[in-house]
Design a protein around this ligand. Structure first.
Ligand code: NAD
Length: 250
């Protein structure tokens, strides 16, 4: 028996082959969910969905565009009549210092990570309210909690801290509707988000700060997402769960 048998789960930014979204999609599918992969490119989203096996869906959706978020949610509701889980995973980062953050950098990073989380959640709330149940999982970052120090610049930390505030406020407002909203704060996980931009010195510095002495795997984050998406976490809302090998023990 799967923890998500019969559930419909939307995951944004889940086409990246080694990413946290794809690993989460794979684990959700293994636990019986029908998964909807949203990403920028329609072909890549479809290919990622097909890669999970039959019965899943891949759609193009730029989460910074409210109309595209609404269209994606409508397509899912029309096809399957429910949206049980939303994982707001789409995100981008940039390794910039304060004075190097220009208006376009600020807009890009805040828009995908924070505005996209708001828009995609708004798109799913009406259906979750109708069915009187739902679980939203937002991908924040340890960068929000400790002010960066891994890869992303201050605008990334601010965006991910914004995701934490948004998570808690939405959790409070949506709890009476039986919609839970939680955040995951991954530490350093090996994916393509740093796209070959890490020098050996940066890598050593990062690993020295992780008590468990290793980078995280995408599957480490997927396991936490499964917990928060499923009824195992039925009484958890407004939480931020650390998945970081001990790099922020506090
Ligand atoms: P990734 O780069 O492998 O995947 C991100 C995906 O988001 C890509 O498929 C990309 O096409 C998609 N995307 C980008 N902009 C989008 C948009 N506007 N609309 C829809 N999709 C869009 O990254 P990842 O490492 O898997 O990161 C996933 C999430 O986890 C991100 O939110 C990231 O900030 C967060 N995170 C990652 C780490 C890490 O160490 N990898 C740590 C903390 C938090």
């Amino acid at each position: 028996m799967g923890l998500l048998d019969g559930r419909i789960a939307i995951i944004t930014g889940a086409a990246s082959p080694r990413g946290l979204g794809k690993a989460t999609a794979r684990l959700f599918a293994e636990h019986g969910a029908r998964v909807v992969i949203l990403d920028l490119d329609a072909d890549q989203a479809s290919a990622a969905a097909a890669d999970l096996g039959g019965g899943h869906l891949g759609l193009a959706c730029n989460v910074t565009d409210k109309a595209q978020c609404e269209a994606a949610a409508a397509a899912v509701t029309e096809k399957w009549g429910r949206i049980d889980v939303l994982v707001n995973n789409a995100g981008i980062t940039q390794p910039l210092k304060i004075m190097d953050i220009g208006p376009a950098n600020y807009d890009a990073v805040l828009d995908v990570n924070l505005r996209g989380t708001l828009y995609m959640t708004q798109a799913c709330i009406p259906q979750m309210r109708n069915q009187k149940a739902g679980s939203v999982v937002n991908m924040s970052s340890v960068s929000a909690q400790r002010g960066g120090g891994i890869f992303g610049g201050p605008h990334y930390s601010a965006a991910k801290a914004g995701v934490l505030g948004l998570t808690k406020a939405m959790a409070r407002e949506l709890a009476p509707a039986n919609i839970r909203v939680n955040a995951i704060c991954p530490g350093f996980i090996s994916t393509d988000i740093t796209a070959g931009k890490l020098t050996p010195e940066m890598m050593k510095g990062i690993l020295d700060g992780i008590p468990m002495g290793r980078a995280g795997e995408a599957s480490d984050v997927a396991g936490c997402a499964l917990f928060l998406a499923s009824d195992l976490s039925a009484y958890c809302t407004g939480t931020e769960v650390d998945v970081n090998g001990g790099s922020l023990i506090h």
